[in-house]
Ligand binder design. Structure first.
Ligand code: URA
Length: 289
């Protein structure tokens, strides 16, 4: 028996949902106007041409002047030098978070929450990802969605817990960008350049002994490398900092592992490198925060 054709109303709903799904697939998942706009509403009636000969009816008083609408927030890009000095002026993690919130970027218009960091500040290990996704944007914390949960499980397998009691077995985690790019698109070079001074200041204030760089964006932007993550991962690099070279281990981003489970073998090898370096330094005291 052939299924009955959908009712016209059902067909219309299905078509509207399909159009919405297409927009989501294109990354248009944010409402950018301040007020919703009903594009399906009937157009306003056209004014009727007045007959100049007709007697004039008494006119109603003019409506009170409409309150001027708040001008749409126009993001004025912060000159790079100003961003760098704003970052350099932050003397604590909290001050850095406030400074980052002041950076005027169009990303702020589409994101919900600034995503600063999670875990234990002062832990000898700091991880850096790319940018918040939808779950992180909602909760204001990095790596709390599906890829973050995979990352937590991977790190737990070598005895690391982001909220662990012992600093040696916990970690601190953040991203290159603090705002979610709309539709989870890859950060642009301009966005990365704008926030890089904040990332470097973040590292200086958190004072980790080693970094893990999750994915190509974090690895390439911090190591200023031309190579991609495929070539960079699997060995320690050195990030020059004010207090000397900081060991940095690039590895696959957990979101990549969700799409390519076969790469977990290589991530496991990277985790072993990481654990070895933590073990080698276990006797060195952790700096207080
Ligand atoms: N991917 C990232 O790079 N960072 C997050 O915080 C979440 C997903």
């Amino acid at each position: 028996m052939t299924p009955a054709p959908p009712e016209p109303a059902e067909a219309e709903t299905a078509a509207l949902l399909a159009a919405l799904r297409l927009q989501l697939d294109w990354g248009a998942d944010e409402a950018l106007a301040e007020a919703p706009l009903d594009r399906l509403a009937a157009p306003p009636p056209r004014p009727v041409e007045a007959d100049p000969a007709a007697p004039q009816a008494p006119q109603p008083p003019p409506p009170p002047a409409a309150r001027p609408r708040r001008a749409p927030a126009v993001a004025v890009p912060l000159p790079l030098a100003a961003a760098a000095s704003l970052a350099a002026g932050a003397q604590s993690l909290e001050a850095l978070r406030e400074a980052m919130a002041q950076v005027d970027t169009p990303l702020r218009e589409t994101a919900t929450n600034l995503v600063f960091a999670d875990g234990r500040p002062g832990a000898p290990l700091m991880l850096l990802g790319e940018a918040p996704g939808a779950d992180e944007d909602r909760q204001g914390k990095p790596f709390v969605g599906q890829s973050g949960q995979l990352l937590d499980r991977m790190l737990a397998s070598i005895g690391l817990d982001r909220h662990g009691e012992d600093a040696h077995n916990s970690f601190y985690i953040s991203n290159i960008l603090p705002w979610r790019p709309p539709g989870n698109r890859t950060p642009t070079d301009a966005e990365i350049t704008l926030f890089l001074p904040f990332v470097l200041r973040h590292i200086a204030l958190a004072r980790p002994k080693r970094l893990v760089l999750l994915g190509g964006v974090a690895a390439k932007s911090l190591l200023r490398a031309r190579d991609g993550i495929t070539r960079l991962r699997g060995r320690w690099h050195e990030l020059p900092t004010e207090s000397g070279p900081l060991p940095a281990l690039p590895t696959w981003h957990p979101a990549y592992l969700l799409r390519n489970p076969a790469a977990k073998r290589e991530s496991w090898a990277d985790l072993i490198l990481l654990r070895r370096s933590i073990e080698a330094e276990k006797d060195v005291p952790v700096s207080p925060q």
